[in-house]
Each structure stands twice: as structure tokens, then as C-alpha cells.
Design a protein around this ligand. Structure first.
Ligand code: HEC
Ligand code: HEC
Length: 280
């Protein structure tokens, strides 16, 4: 009997830790799926993981992403779950100020509460980095309080709605495409920078970096209508286009930092959803 006591104690000590670990790995997976890494890591200057400082050049000015490592002063190490919920769902900072929608809370607003908590649990484990991030370079009229007006006009916190007639796979794919914020680049914007959701995923000139972003609806001439589901899944896993070429520009980052980390069931679900959209 005595022999078992130390083993029991060990199991007791290891048990809760292992459960936490599973949750943290789930949070990490979601952070990958939501594409947080590309914007919050200054890959170009070999910046530390998620330590911000990446310049995002847009028609409205240049934004610099903040440090979201667990550093208590330079990062967000002191944030509560509620702080994360407010930032991602409502675009509101812990001090009550409004974020610029270059931080795509317009998509993240649809993240499920539990998923936000898992992401928060993972982010608290990210190696703290000391980087102080530069101020955004914006025209005078884009002061932060203007964002209250912008949000009043163009933003409504929205919960993700599953399609009642859709299969579980279809709905999972829809969720991943929303939180993967594919729409933030692939959907055109009006002149105030708000997404024109009536032309969902029909392609655009991207607000960030001024690139041409292709149509990814199943239209046969303009979009991905001629791609099979397997073409799409393979593309999201590897960046290889059906013609054998590799995708470039910011999509290469989306693949490297985000979709190539997802499991094949999830990539397949995204393909099923994209192929089910109206062709435009
Ligand atoms: C397209 C680029 C982009 C993506 C993708 C992105 N962010 Fe950000 N994020 C930003 C920018 C830029 C800001 C600063 C916004 C501002 O100053 O109003 C920001 C702000 C934040 C803040 C507030 C930090 C603070 O100190 O107040 C948090 C937290 C955050 N992002 C977390 C995330 C998470 C988690 C994800 C993935 C779910 C994510 N971001 C995806 C660009 C991005
Ligand atoms: C940061 C902006 C950005 C985001 C976010 C983004 N894309 Fe892209 N995407 C692009 C650009 C730019 C291209 C074109 C790349 C090129 O010309 O080589 C592209 C190309 C593609 C293509 C190839 C289309 C073709 O006809 O060649 C597919 C498919 C695609 N994206 C799907 C997605 C999906 C699915 C998501 C969400 C998980 C997503 N993209 C998120 C910018 C983005």
C-alpha cells in the first residue's frame, strides 16, 4: 500500500496540470486559426513572437501592432478574461477607449466566449518580450475617439450564428472562415474602410499593403469555382495553387502562420463552406 502513496501523490500533482495543458494547446490552436500571429509578430525585423511592432500600411495611415506577450508592463500579462472578451467582442480597451478596426474585431466579435477564454489562457503563457511599440502614424482627424462614431455607423457586436440547415462540417467551416478573418482582405470596403458584406469574399484591393486580393467565391471564371475541395484543402495546408505555383504576398503569411497549423478536418470544413457560398 505505502508504495502506492507516492505514485498517487504524483498523479494528483500531475492531473490538473495536464488538464490545463490541454486547454492551453486548444487556445494556441485558436490563436493560429484566428491569424493573430502575422499581425502581432514583426517577422520582417525578426521581432519576438507576438511582441508587436509590425507596421500595417493602410490608406488611412500606418498602424503598429501592440505587444500581446504575457509581459505585465509591455504586453498584456495583467489582462483578465473580461478584458479579452471586451477587446475581441467589442473592440474596447481595458481603459474604455476604442480600438481602430485595423485590429479586426469586426470579425473577432463572432468568436465564441469559451474560445476567447482559451486564447487568453494560451496568451498568458507566451514568453514575455520587452518591446515598446511605436505610435500609429495617422492624419489628425483619425483620433481614437472618432472610432466611437465609426463603430456607431459600421459595427455591431455579433454572435456567430450557425446555419440551421448546414451540416456540422459546414458550420465549423463557416466559423473558421469568420475567425480566420479571410473577409478582412477578400471582401471590398467602402470609403470609410467598412466591409461591404453584400459582396462577401468577391475580392478587393486590400486595405493593408494595397495588394490585389482575389475572389474566393465559387464563381467559375473569377473565383475558385474550378478548384476541387481537395485543391482548396491542399492550398490552405501548403500554399500550393492548383497550377503548381505557390501563392505569394500576404496570403503566404496567412498560410505559414495560420492555416498550415490547422488539422485536415478543419481545412476540409473550410473548403466545404467556401464551395457552398453563392458564386459572385
Ligand atoms: C490585421 C492585423 C491584426 C490581426 C489579424 C490581429 N490584430 Fe490585434 N491588433 C492589431 C492592431 C493594429 C492593434 C492596435 C489597435 C489600436 O491601436 O487601436 C491590435 C490590438 C490588439 C490588442 C490590444 C492590445 C493593447 O495593448 O491594448 C489585443 C489584446 C490584440 N490585438 C489581440 C489580438 C488577437 C488575440 C488576435 C487574434 C485573434 C489579433 N489581435 C489579431 C492588429 C491585428
Ligand atoms: C492579409 C490579407 C489576407 C487574408 C487575411 C487572407 N487572404 Fe487569401 N489571399 C490574399 C492575397 C493578397 C491573395 C493573392 C496572393 C497572390 O496573388 O499570390 C490571396 C489568395 C488566396 C487564395 C487563392 C485564390 C486564387 O485564385 O489564386 C485563396 C483560396 C485564399 N486566398 C483563401 C483565403 C482564406 C480561406 C482565408 C482565411 C483563412 C484568407 N485567404 C485570408 C490575402 C489574404
Amino acid at each position: 500500500m505505502c508504495r502506492w502513496i507516492p505514485i498517487l501523490l504524483l498523479l494528483l500533482a500531475a492531473g490538473p496540470l495536464r488538464a490545463d495543458d490541454v486547454l492551453i494547446r486548444k487556445g494556441e490552436y485558436l490563436v493560429r486559426a484566428a491569424g493573430c500571429v502575422s499581425c502581432h509578430t514583426d517577422h520582417e525585423n525578426d521581432g519576438p513572437f507576438l511582441a508587436g511592432g509590425r507596421a500595417l500600411v493602410t490608406p488611412f495611415g500606418t498602424f503598429y501592432s501592440p505587444n500581446i506577450t504575457s509581459h505585465p508592463q509591455h504586453g498584456i500579462g495583467r489582462w483578465s478574461d473580461d478584458d479579452f472578451l471586451r477587446a475581441l467582442r467589442d473592440g474596447v480597451a481595458p481603459d474604455g477607449s476604442h480600438y481602430y478596426p485595423v485590429f479586426p474585431y469586426t470579425s473577432y466579435t463572432q468568436l465564441k466566449d469559451d474560445d476567447i477564454r482559451l486564447m487568453a489562457a494560451y496568451l498568458r503563457t507566451v514568453r514575455p518580450a520587452v518591446t515598446d511599440v511605436r505610435e500609429h502614424e495617422l492624419p489628425w482627424y483619425l483620433f481614437r475617439r472618432m472610432m466611437a462614431v465609426w463603430k456607431w455607423l459600421f459595427f455591431e457586436p455579433t454572435e456567430f450564428a450557425e446555419m440551421p440547415t448546414g451540416s456540422a462540417e459546414h458550420n465549423r467551416g463557416a466559423y473558421l472562415v469568420v475567425i480566420g478573418h479571410c473577409s478582412e482582405c477578400h471582401t471590398p470596403r467602402n470609403r470609410f474602410g467598412a466591409l461591404d458584406v453584400t459582396r462577401y469574399l468577391v475580392g478587393a484591393r486590400s486595405g493593408i499593403g494595397d495588394e490585389l486580393v482575389p475572389n474566393i467565391t465559387p464563381d467559375r471564371s473569377a473565383g475558385i469555382g474550378k478548384w476541387s475541395k481537395d485543391d482548396l484543402t491542399y492550398f490552405l495546408a501548403t500554399g500550393a495553387l492548383p497550377d503548381g505555383d505557390y501563392v505569394g504576398s500576404s496570403m503566404a503569411e496567412v498560410i505559414d502562420d495560420s492555416t498550415s497549423h490547422l488539422n485536415s478536418a478543419d481545412l476540409q470544413a473550410m473548403a466545404v463552406y467556401l464551395k457552398s457560398l453563392p458564386a459572385m
